[in-house]
Design a protein around this ligand. Sequence first.
Ligand code: SF4
Length: 449
Amino acid sequence: MEKLDLSKVDLLEFMKNFFKRRFRTDSPLAFVKVFGCQQNEADTEKIKGFLFSVGFKFVDEPFLADFILFNTCAVRHTAENRILSHIGNLKKLKKMNPNVFISVCGCMVEQESILEIIRDKYPYVDFICGAKSVEKFPELLYEKITGQKIFDSNINFPIYQDCKFKSWIPIISGCNNFCSYCIVPYVRGREKSVDYRKILNDCESCVKNGSKIITLLGQNVNSYGFEDVKFSDLLQKIDKIDGDFTLRFMTSHPKDFNENLVDVLSECKHFSGHLHLPVQSGNDRILKLMNRKYKIEQYIEKVKYARKKLANLVVTSDIIVGFPGETEKEFEDTIDLVKKLKFASVFSFVYSPRKGTLAYEMGDSIPHEEKIRRISYLIETQAKISEDVLSDFVGKNLLATVENVSDDVSLARTDSNLLVKIDGKFTPGDRFYVKILKSGRNSLFGAKI
Ligand code: SF4
C-alpha cells in the first residue's frame, strides 16, 4: 500500500474538507454516546477533540447527526446486548439517510465474535476502531476513507471536554492482573504507563484552564511506572502544581495499595479524601477463584491503616455476587465484611460470564433468581450503612464543587465524592466550603459558608 507523505498532506485539513463535501455543510453534526467506565469517557474526549478539530458540532440526538459514534464497553454481557440494540436502532436511520456515517469504537469491538456479529447483522456500520487503537483513530479513519495507510502521524489536536471543571487523565492503560471474571486484559491489552512528563503537562494545562477535579485513570493505577517514577512519585509531582483543585484516582487494586502510598497521600494537600478500593468478595476462597491475589484480612488491614492516617477518608468499593460456586455462607461473608468496614457506597454487580475469561470455564452455577436475591439483600444492607456513614458528616465543613443546578437547589460533590444539595443557585464549577446541616439516604444537605 502506498505510504502517505505527511509533509504534503495535512490530515486535519483533509478530514475537514472530506466531511464538508460528504455532508454538504461547513458545520457537520456529530452524536457521540459513551458506554462503560471513565477510561471510555477519557478516550471519548480524545475522539471528540479530533471531530471538533475537523469542524463538527455536537448534538444530543442521533437523528440530527451526520456522524454517529458509539464508544462501547465489554465488561458485562448485558451491556453488550444493550449496545447492539442501539446499533440495531440505527438501521432505519441509515435507510432514511444513507449518507450518515456510523462508527463503533471501544472495548466491545476488540472481540472477534462481536466483529462477526457486526459484519453479519449490522453491515451498515461504516467504521470500527477498537479500544487499543483509539490513539490512532484519525489515522485509521483516514485509511478507511481513502484506502491509504499513514505511518508515524504526528497529528495534534486538543481533547474536547463537555465539562470544563472536571478532567479525566489516563495514566496507565490495559491490565496485567487477569482477574478470572474480567475481559479487560483481553480487550485493552497489557499495562502501559503514560510518560509522567505528559501527565504533568496535561494536569497543569487542565488546572490552568479551570479544572477543579482531576481524576487519574487506569484499570490499576497503583501499578503505574514510567522510567523510575512510581504511582506515589507521580502523586507527589502532581501535588506540587499550584491551583485550587482536588486530585482523585481510580481504580486501585487492593493487592498493590500499600502503607507507603497511604503515607504519601497523607502529605498530599490536593488529595481528595476518596478511596475507591474494589474488594469484590468478602470470602477468601472466592477471592482465590477470582485471582484477586489478596486475602480478606489483608484488605481489612489496608482500609484500617488508610482510615487511621487520612482524616475523613471516604471509602467505596465494588462487589460481585453470584460468582460460580459462591455458597450462601460465602455470600454472608461478603455481607459481614460490608457491615464491618462500613463503605460509604458499594457498586454491586451480579456475576456475568464473559467468554474467553478463566471464570467462564467454571460455569455459571448460581441461578439468576438467586443472584438477584443476593444482590437485593446486599443493596438493602448497604443502603442502611450508607445512611449511617452520611450522618457522621453532619456538622462538618466540607469543600465541594457545584456540578448541576436545578430550580433553587445546587447539586455539588464534596472533594471526597459525596453528593451534597445546597439551597441557592450557584454556577457549575463553583467551589466553596459547605456546612453539612443534615443527611439523607443518598446525599447530604448543606449551606455555603
Ligand atoms: S484489575 Fe482485575 S478487574 Fe480490574 S481491569 Fe484488571 S483484570 Fe479486570
